[in-house]
Ligand binder design. Sequence first.
Ligand SMILES: *Cc1c(COP(=O)(O)O)cnc(C)c1O
Length: 404
Amino acid sequence: MLHPGTKEPITESDLAPLFPAELIAQEFTKDRDVDIPGAVLDVYKQWRPAPLVRARRLEQALDTPARIYFKYEGVSPAGSHKPNTAVPQAYYNKLAGVAKLTTETGAGQWGSSLSLACSYFGLECEVFMVKISYQQKPYRRGLMQTYGATVHASPSELTQAGRDALAADPDNPGSLGLAISEAVEAAVVGGDDVKYALGSVLNHVLMHQTIIGQEARLQLELAEDYPDIVIGAAGGGSNFGGLALPFLREQLEGGRSVRAIAVEPSSCPSLTEGKYDYDFGDTAGLTPLAKMHTLGHDFRPPAIHAGGLRYHGMAPIISALKEAELLEARAVPQTACFEAGVTFARNEGIVPAPESTHAVRVAIDEALRAKEEGVSRSILFSLSGHGHFDMQAYADYFAGDLTD
Ligand SMILES: *Cc1c(COP(=O)(O)O)cnc(C)c1O
């Protein structure tokens, strides 16, 4: 990463205003393994290991010879994989004497996960929520408040970045990049005991999420299987990376090879159509520049419903693996995703989050391809969350109001 002012490679001390030392050390570490602290494991135990499920009814409905498995992350209290990193982030901040965390949220999944983690560890939490979601998703906002967080619609009058955006356009509906600018600014001006937390993209976040793939490997061992294909929805890349990286590590160490497929919405196609270049993580240019696939830091994604996947950039680790051709990327339109989500719900009972339907779509496509080719493949995908707070999107789909 490069410093936003000097454009020189950043050092650990450059990040000190934003993150506690232990998380910065993890961001830079070259260690292959980092132990999970006992206090974090104690929280994980409430819902982990997350179930690995063989989707037998879906297999039958598709009449496919493929074996389809999904790793279900919707069993966390916030309903997605995001507490896997929110909990250790809150823990390391608490350990460092931090009193308050600031963050941004799009659809509200990350904001509610960090609010939950802050309430576990007795930290204050301030969330800048993209204005359009703040208005359209009042239940996620209510969930954050239930966990004790303060929630602002972004752009807000509370930061310079927010005031500048409102001065340029009072009707600015907000974006994830702009909300990040506000949260970073609030942490920096807040003083030493206020830090910032990011829910995806960074190395330490992907590392925390590898618990998904590590558990899945052990669970598949019990089932005496190994995936030929692993699939995950990719917004900033932490859910996909969390599932795929442990399997890619095995491959790079000479083990079995897998096809890893990252799935993104065709309305925000950073991996499939973005440039591979240095770019800011936020709109105002306050964050370090990361080398990643990006649509440009001023990209304003259209207001599609799969809110968690509307980020202009991609995790540098995922971007580098794409450049090295160690993974595939696919962009899919949202109506095809909802169609797959409904098929999944009718066979497996779980209503997928709109983000997760992207992985379901490609898992079904690959299972149908296996049928065409008459081969029995093992397909593993991440069902990153449930859609109980997103039923309006499903209602819109049934009413024919969703477009691509
Ligand atoms: C946020 C979110 C995603 C995308 O997450 P990244 O880790 O940033 O790629 C996928 N699914 C669900 C349910 C989410 O909440």
